[in-house]
Design a protein around this ligand. Structure first.
Ligand SMILES: [Zn+2]
Length: 428
């Protein structure tokens, strides 16, 4: 590049920087500016809180650990003058419970903010390598909780928490939710019913937010068949045998239901033979080559974007299962797991508002993450009750639910500013 060209480039850059700072000044109010500046000043404190919270092990089954990390965050909400309480789960549920922190008021929209204190694994301490930070649960999702805390801190510092109704609910068992939902998510459902919208701080994927998450459920097929000498297979008195019936069913599932958008079903375990049984993701079977298979058990999952899609798929699967081959009969049983967060228009409306905040801050557009890209999550338990947005937590996360989990602090403050100013605008 020659000098003249370089000069010209520098001028162009200077002009565009000037243009963007003018746009910024026009579209962000003085209070919003104050909130954003506070978050910039809090960067080191955020990283310190991230370190301290990651260093408290809190896998779902560790009741004392989950409670300890709950206490750690509870004092932060107490310091903001929020009303806080820890809700224990009944002993039978074998879960720690959850933390609730609230402000009351009547200004603007009533916001529910959710996250989870538990992690899948444990034992990896906080470690920083440049902008990359490591540790168990750092992306999923202690980083998101730290952002949520500092969002409220910045609002508080700007005097913007007054007179609005914000409810924070941090569950202790998102990664392995207890049953029944009425007990384990009762408080969340109750909080959703007295809120206008929900924001969930699970990790951000690139420059997106999550407007939909697929639900997860499971099923089991049990096939019984006439059995006897293998030379008699396909004859009217013997029929086709259990294993051919299993392959018919699975192949029809694949050809009739495969490829539907957002719908997946994965047979994960199959056992068949003269005897066959499966329990807790383990199976045993016996069978001789000269005997027609008498029994088959198949386990699988079913993921879906709406209750309607789930029910449609189940009806079709029942229909396929019922068309038994000669000499066989089959039964399918469905089990409910986590519902779907269906991408309703209200969710897109919130995304539009987040996108506007992002543009106003000079951070560019925010797009919807493909709902097929995200697994089930806590927000789905209340997604039918109110509009919501998920995936606005820490960025750059990788390898979650595995060793070597990491997140990025490069955009920690910009992502926090974006969510905080959205909350600010919603509560005006
Ligand atoms: Zn999570």
């Amino acid at each position: 590049m020659n000098i003249n060209k370089m000069k010209l480039m520098t001028q162009v850059i200077a002009i565009s920087l000037l243009a963007s700072s003018i746009a910024f000044a026009q579209s962000v109010t003085a209070v919003e500016r104050k909130i954003a500046d506070q978050i910039d000043r809090d960067r080191d404190a955020m990283i310190k809180m991230l370190e301290d919270s990651v260093n408290i092990d809190s896998p779902t089954e560790d009741i004392a650990g989950v409670k300890a990390v709950g206490k750690f965050f509870q004092k932060e909400f107490d310091a903001l003058g929020m009303k806080t309480r820890w809700v224990d789960m009944p002993a039978a549920q074998k879960r720690a419970g959850h933390l609730i922190a609230e402000t009351t008021g009547s200004k603007g929209k009533r916001i529910l903010m959710i996250g989870h204190l538990d992690t899948v694994l444990k034992g990896e301490r906080f470690r920083r390598d440049g902008d990359k930070v490591y540790g168990t649960g750092i992306a999923d999702m202690k980083g998101g909780i730290v952002m949520l805390v500092f969002a409220l801190k910045a609002m508080h510092a700007a005097g913007a928490l007054k007179d609005s109704q914000i409810t924070v609910l941090l569950t202790g068992d998102e990664e392995d939710n207890c049953e029944p939902v009425s007990i384990c998510r009762g408080d969340m459902i109750e909080a959703a019913k007295r809120s206008d919208l929900v924001l969930s701080f699970e990790g951000t994927v690139n420059n997106t937010a999550t407007v939909g998450r697929r639900g997860a459920s499971s099923w089991t097929i049990e096939i019984t068949s006439k059995t006897g000498h293998s030379s008699q297979i396909f004859k009217p008195a013997m029929g086709d045998g259990g294993i051919f019936e299993a392959s018919r069913i699975l192949n029809e599932f694949r050809t009739q239901l495969g490829g539907e958008q957002y719908l997946t079903f994965n047979p994960s375990l199959i056992v068949g033979g003269t005897t066959a049984s499966a329990k807790n993701a383990e199976g045993t079977a016996t069978g001789k080559t000269n005997v027609v298979a008498a029994k088959v058990v198949i386990d699988g999952d079913l993921r879906f974007i709406s209750e309607a899609q789930k029910e449609r798929a189940r009806a079709k699967m029942r229909e396929i299962v019922a068309k038994s081959l000669p000499g066989t009969s089959a039964k399918i049983t469905f089990f409910d797991g986590i519902p779907a967060m269906t991408p309703i228009p209200g969710n897109y409306e919130l995304l539009k508002q987040l996108d506007q905040v992002s543009r106003d801050l000079g951070l560019g557009p925010v797009e919807a993450l493909d709902p097929g890209e995200r697994g089930a999550g806590d927000i789905a338990f209340i997604a039918e009750l109110l509009p919501g947005l998920d995936g606005i937590g820490i960025g750059g996360g990788g390898n979650t639910h595995a060793r070597g989990e990491y997140a990025s602090v490069a955009d920690l403050t910009t992502l926090t500013k974006r969510s905080t100013i959205l909350i600010y605008r919603l509560t005006r």
